[in-house]
Write a protein that binds this ligand. Structure first.
Ligand code: GAP
Length: 458
């Protein structure tokens, strides 16, 4: 299948960006001041979606495993951490500037002949020599005004290191035995030179990372196992699997810590791009932290004659904010509908899995009058303990359905005159637009069933 056939959903980055703003998923940071490059704010629907993705990932990675526990480490860490991790030395992008038009480029993202001939790909002007630019945000801690290097501190560029430096604490406090994992969700910061494509690559973002500690010699097996599990995770989320593929890092792409690495790539509207990395980080990080901290980070294997060794680490590293963008692109659909006798009517619909949709169920009174609004509010009150709900009484019912479709709400409950008479309501399904009637008392259990049994069909 060609890329354009896979991408029949009509999602473009412009459409996604404007829907995200219009419906309150994502706003530009500091917009009234002209915006802050590389930073975005998550509005009412965006923060719900982000929280739900995080919760869903946590369930998959922690709740469903005996041997994986969570952590929430500080963003500010001892600066030696980043020397040990190799980020001070190696976490760099190669940069060139055009002396004429002043545009800045990543040398590895423009044609190689431009770099060797020092010729700007935009205006033909002269380029500077290539310089290494460290991606870590550097700041100072404590009350200092000068650039006193003793007080330098970094904003973490990945959440992983917070896990490595706590690995011994967690073994001791939770009596963990190999193989075991530590999962963490949190902010990371990178001084990215090129921040285009909406929230795809930003300076402030969130990661969902899990580090799995294994016995040396079992790392390849566990690496393959985690590749399988992470692929299955996206299947379970109902992602269009033809838009996912594996990309193995070549020798020139491998990060300084990696023995082997695969990216799960997604076909975004702007092309195939990395969504998540699965890395065999070998013994690199714990060996380096042993050396830099002077602490013994070996594992004592009580099941193998108290042998001591540094475990291997298999890492799964997904961007939370990048996953949110992927889900917006994947869920986006424009569909011609011919209901209620209206010809050529189109709807925009976000086909989120109900487990991650920002609003699970919207309650809509057919009319505001005759006590229907009060009844609808009462029905909503009965649902909100268990579900993320919305209530909307403004405008024609068809238009209200469309608004919910565009927000990705999988279920709408309509309250009408029959509800007053016999307590039954209409339940409308977002994807099929089918409607069924059921007693209001059965709503919650029916919704639980529908969420559990959900299979994406379009
Ligand atoms: N701990 C390993 C690590 O950080 P990475 O490949 O640099 O590996 C992992 O990042 C994931 O974090 C990426 O696959 C991507 O989803 C997300 N990510 C990385 N840089 C990002 C950025 N500037 N903006 C948004 N997400 C980013």
């Amino acid at each position: 299948m060609s890329e354009s056939q896979i991408y029949q959903g009509a999602a473009t980055m412009d459409k996604i960006t404007s829907l995200a703003k219009r419906r309150g998923f994502v706003f530009q940071s500091s917009e009234i001041y002209g915006g802050q490059n590389g930073a975005w704010d998550y509005g009412p629907l965006g923060v719900e979606l982000k929280n739900r993705i995080a919760r869903n990932w946590w369930k998959e990675m922690v709740q469903l495993h005996d041997e994986i526990v969570g952590l929430d480490a500080a963003i500010l860490m001892h600066p030696r951490v980043w020397e040990a991790s190799g980020h001070v030395e190696n976490f760099t992008d190669p940069l060139v500037d055009c002396k004429k038009c002043k545009t800045r480029f990543r040398a590895d993202q423009i044609p190689p002949e431009c770099v060797s001939e020092k010729k700007c790909p935009e205006c033909g002007g002269e380029l500077t020599d290539t310089r290494k630019f460290n991606l870590m945000f550097k700041t100072h801690i404590g009350p200092i005004e000068s650039n006193d290097d003793n007080n330098v501190i970094y904003l973490r560029p990945e959440t992983a290191q917070g896990i490595y430096v706590n690995y011994k604490n967690i073994i001791q406090s939770n009596r963990m035995k190999l193989p075991f994992g530590i999962a963490q969700i949190g902010k990371a910061f990178r001084n990215e030179i090129v921040t285009k494509n909406f929230i795809f690559r930003t300076c402030e973002f969130e990661q969902m990372e899990m580090q799995y500690f294994v016995k040396p010699g079992t790392d390849v097996e566990w690496f393959n196992e985690w590749k399988k599990r992470r692929w299955a995770y996206y299947e379970k989320l109902g992602i269009k699997m033809e838009r996912l593929r594996w990309h193995q890092h070549g020798a020139d792409e491998l990060a300084h810590y990696a023995k082997d690495a695969y990216d799960i790539e997604y076909l975004f509207p702007m092309g195939w791009k990395e969504l998540e990395g699965v890395h065999n980080r070998s013994q690199y990080d714990l060996t380096r932290h042993t050396k830099y901290s002077g602490k013994d980070l070996q594992y004592i294997d009580q099941d193998d004659g108290n042998k001591k060794y540094i475990p291997f680490i298999i890492e799964t590293s997904a961007g939370l904010t990048r996953t949110l963008l992927m889900l917006l692109c994947d869920a986006y659909d424009e569909e011609k509908v011919a209901d209620k006798g209206v010809e050529d009517d189109w709807r925009t619909v976000l086909r989120f899995h109900p487990a991650i949709a920002p609003v699970t169920v919207a309650v809509l009174p057919l009319q505001k009058k005759d006590g229907l609004a009060e009844l609808a509010r009462d029905i909503r009150a009965g649902l909100r303990e268990d579900f993320a709900t919305d209530y909307d009484q403004g405008g024609a019912i068809g238009r209200r359905y469309r608004r919910q479709d565009e927000a990705g709400t999988p279920f709408c409950v309509t309250v009408d005159y029959e509800t007053k008479e016999n307590g039954s309501v209409t339940l409308r399904f977002r994807d099929s637009m089918e409607q069924i009637r059921l007693p209001r008392e059965e709503l919650a259990s029916r919704l639980f069933q529908e969420i559990k049994a959900y299979k994406r069909t379009k």
